[in-house]
Structures are given as structure tokens and as C-alpha cells.
Design a protein around this ligand. Structure first.
Ligand code: FE
Ligand code: FE
Ligand code: ZN
Length: 278
């Protein structure tokens, strides 16, 4: 079964997001742990959470994926920014633990000047400080498009972070189709080759989720601009190949495509389901 959904707001609660997911024929969704541009987080609502669990079970939904705020930067040059990132991560992972088992996706960070190696070291240090053996979730590092000084723009950079982590089993990787394409991995002409390389460098067993986005910007543009499926440089044929690839077809997939209303996601989900081979 295709595990598919889209990014949704949980400002009206988790239950509401699950209901929206069902309304667009999805079976999972992604949400921000807190305001993506800031750090504000809603109070934990036990009643909403219990109703959400019950609803998900009745409707056969898969657990959602939680996304960290964009402003979180574990490898800033500024120690105060790093300390803040650590506090946010600690609080988010605690929240994730109270949710039970959710995967938590994060952008590795931007080194803003002090260099990639130092950045990788700082990211790993922060994660090693924050992630404890009793944490019952899985943290995903997202592959990035390579804009500015973002870390995680190549399989090698992700590998370098993973190598420095102590509790390796608590970490996985999220592959964003727009990001890897913009970063110079040719999923359009050589999906197999890209996945073979991923396997060699990171290991396909580490791949735990996909973000399905077309790209407004061309191959190797190093720009992170999502487009609706079929309205960018990746194209619908490649998405059909991606959802049916034997190394990918069982993974949960999340649309982060720009749409004004849920209808856009509903249409994309319908298209993907029509073209998915069980
Ligand atoms: Fe992301
Ligand atoms: Fe993404
Ligand atoms: Zn993006």
C-alpha cells in the first residue's frame, strides 16, 4: 500500500489533520513541531491526542512525520543560536516521546562561514548531547538542495554526520526529491544510479521517508523551490518511477508542494495512487 500524505498545519490539532488527510485520500501526514519560522509550540492537548490515536486506528492511518522548525540551526557560529537549537530539540524530542513513536525530520543546519567540517562536528555534538538511549523515536536528517552554507547537500555530508553520532540506531535519512535534484543527483535520467550511490555511501537501510516535490529550478541549480508534481523540472514520469521503485515503494511519502487548498494535494494523491503498482 502506498503510504502517502502531505504537509498539514496542526493549528487545529492532530485529530483535525488526520481528518483532513482522510478527506484527501491520504493515509499519513507531516506537521511542524512548532512555528516553522519561530519557535512557539502549542500546549500538549491530551484529549486531542487520544482522539487522534483512536481516529487513526479506525481509519488505518500510518503515524505522521514531525518536521523541526526551519530556524533550528545546530551548527551556527553563534553559541547562543546553538544553545537555542539544543533547547528546542530537547523539548521536541520530549514531546515526540509523549506522542509515542513518531519520526522527527530536521534540516542538519547551516554553518554560516566556519566551514563544512566544523559544521558537521557541531551538528553531531549537539545531537549526541540531546539524543538519549531512552528516546523511543527516530530522527531523520533531510538531504538539502545546497543553497548558501546548508549542510547535508551531498550523500557524503550526511554520511559524515552519521559517522560521528553515538546512538546510530536512532537516526535515519529523509530524501526530498526537489532537494536532491537541485543538489545534482539526476533522479530524472538515472534514478537507479542515484539510489546505488545512496546505498554505497549512506546505505538504503537508513532511508526512512521521502518528500515528494517537483522542482521549479533546473538540475544542479542548488536552489530550494518546490513545484506541484508535473509543474517543474522533475516531471510526472519520474514520480511514477519513484513511487514504484523497489527500494522506495514501502517508505512513507510526503508532498510539500505549493497549493492554495487541499484540493491540489487530493489531485496529486489520486494521480500517485492510480499509478502505483502494489
Ligand atoms: Fe524540510
Ligand atoms: Fe523537504
Ligand atoms: Zn525544500
Amino acid at each position: 500500500m502506498l503510504k502517502i500524505g502531505c504537509h498539514l498545519s496542526i493549528s487545529k490539532g492532530l485529530l483535525n489533520a488526520s481528518k483532513e488527510t482522510v478527506s484527501i485520500n491520504g493515509n499519513t501526514f507531516q506537521f511542524f513541531s512548532r512555528n516553522p519560522q519561530g519557535f512557539k509550540q502549542k500546549e500538549f492537548d491530551e484529549k486531542d491526542y487520544q482522539e487522534f490515536l483512536k481516529y487513526n486506528q479506525e481509519n488505518n492511518l500510518f503515524p505522521p512525520l514531525c518536521h523541526a522548525p526551519y530556524t533550528l540551526n545546530c551548527c551556527s557560529k553563534d553559541e547562543r543560536v546553538r544553545e537555542l537549537a539544543k533547547m528546542i530539540l530537547e523539548a521536541d524530542l520530549k514531546r515526540m516521546s509523549s506522542y509515542g513513536y513518531f519520526m522527527y525530520n530536521m534540516h542538519p543546519g547551516a554553518h554560516v562561514g566556519q566551514g563544512v567540517d566544523e559544521g558537521i562536528e557541531l551538528i553531531a555534538n549537539t545531537l549526541n548531547d540531546v539524543v538519549k538511549p531512552d528516546y523511543n523515536g527516530l530522527i531523520l536528517l533531510e538531504l538539502m538542495a545546497g543553497k548558501g552554507s546548508d549542510i547535508g547537500r551531498s550523500f557524503q555530508e550526511i554520511r559524515a554526520i552519521l559517522d560521528k553520532l553515538i546512538l546510530k540506531d536512532k537516526f535515519g535519512v529523509c530524501l526530498d526529491t526537489c532537494h536532491v535534484f537541485a543538489a545534482g543527483y539526476d533522479i530524472v535520467n538515472d534514478l537507479d544510479g542515484v539510489l546505488i550511490e545512496f546505498d554505497k555511501i549512506i546505505g538504503l537501510d537508513k532511508l526512512k521517508a521521502l518528500h515528494l516535490n517537483d522542482s521549479k529550478m533546473p538540475f544542479k541549480s542548488f536552489k530550494d523551490r518546490h513545484a506541484p508534481l508535473g509543474q517543474g523540472y522533475i516531471g510526472l514520469d519520474t514520480f511514477i518511477k519513484i513511487i514504484n521503485h523497489k527500494a522506495l515503494k514501502k517508505l512513507p511519502m510526503y508532498l510539500e508542494t505549493p497549493h492554495e487548498t487541499l484540493l491540489g494535494y487530493k489531485e496529486e494523491i489520486a494521480f500517485l495512487k492510480e499509478n502505483y503498482l502494489e
